[in-house]
Design a binder for this molecule. Sequence first.
Ligand code: FUL
Length: 500
Amino acid sequence: MNLHHHRQRFPRILFLSITLTTLCSLQFPIPTAAGKDRVPTPPLPVLPLPSFSQLKWQQRELIMFLHFGVNTFTDSEWGTGHESPSIFDPAGLNAAQWVSTAAAAGVSLVILTAKHHDGFCLWPSKYTDHSVASSPWKGGRGDVIRELAGAAEAHGGVDVGLYLSPWDRHDRRYGKNLEYNEYYMAQLQELLTKYGDVREIWFDGAKGSNAPNMSYDFADWFAMVKELQSSINLFSDAGPDVRWVGNEKGFAGTTSWSTINRTALSIGNDSIVDYLNTGDPRGTDWLPAECDVSIRTGWFWHKSQSPKKLSDLLEIYYNSVGRNCLLLLNVPPNTTGLISDSDVRRLRELRTAIDTIFTTNLAAECPAKASSIRGGKGGGFGPENVLDKDHLWTYWAPSDRELGHGHYWIEITCGGPVKFNVVRVQEAIGLGQRIKRHEIYVDGDKIANGTTVGYKRLHRLEKGVVGGRRVRVKVLESRGVPLVSSFGLHYDPYWHSKWQ
Ligand code: FUL
């Protein structure tokens, strides 16, 4: 009796498991008990995740720094703090020109040095007379921040950020902990309550070696900033929202994690620059890197300097935006108070170049397939998502069953050969940064490889233009399953590979 039962059950189990396997491999949406197709849920996020403000920030890609102040008039980079306000007289200052220059370059955020290390304030602060109020500009009634905020509002689409140097070479309170921290807090409060929305605030860690000892109350400053402007991003070497990339060349690491351990960071600490540059796949904090670099040699305007070549700026773009970083490009206004024509022209060229390269995705019409699909075809996670216009929330997700096998791939096959020299890959970072190692193949030949991808990874092909029909992105290692949100093949006419 018992034996008979066993014989009966064995084929049924076999039948059931064959049916399930067949169903899964056909990759149809998973049927529910009620017989209805179940829409598959998104995969679990891999922590940490970006905040809403960090995601908005990341999508800006290119932002602009405006270094402007007494140094503009003294031809120096670090003012002594002894400059007389009488030298500040940018007679033709026109913040609308700064904003329109930024907008034409595709920049959606401009960060102005409200106060640099010299202590001179570009707004009439109530807490010092070392400001525009003591200058001849507009008879002492000017306010550069008001001009910028007004111009940005009038233009629309360009947000304002501010830099307030902690190191102050002018103010006598500097070095007296309580007094200077109070002064700094009071100025922060002015800046964050008088000028509308401020989207980013820069806390610079620089300090001269002979500067008086001073211990900044960063924790209190940061807390107050968030209370006054909840959606602002705070930048410093150590975040809390955006971190320094560890150099001023505009280059992120070839490995570039937006995750890091904040407990390992401190402001103005030279020993952490490499860690800042690469981030940390085991990091418990989402703290993406910002690449700051100047369009000229110096941060401030100098008559003797001119903007970098377009090819250098493109190199910077590929090594920052193309490595999961935001590019903060400094374009310093001159003594007239305008961005010089040469810089305006160079920025326009840069925008034209970026648009020329990236507006057309040569893979856009090519059918895509993948190693597996979460929930099967029609479940919303197919590889076709990597070719749509959304670079964040529609993505290809492989089946969980693939987890740990390490052979995830997506592949596009075009009707005819495509000629390209740039490959773009993007991850759905809203669910965490995952990819640790990847390779790109064209018709079976490996043409590029790398570690991280993050929001955006650009491979400018060393060997120049490649022609092929089938292009595969293979993910060899990842934290959880990889989620690819966008993929592109592009042609960069400005790229002259040393192999060509
Ligand atoms: C540095 C400063 O010392 C430079 O003058 C400049 O402002 C740069 C962005 O940050 O730390």
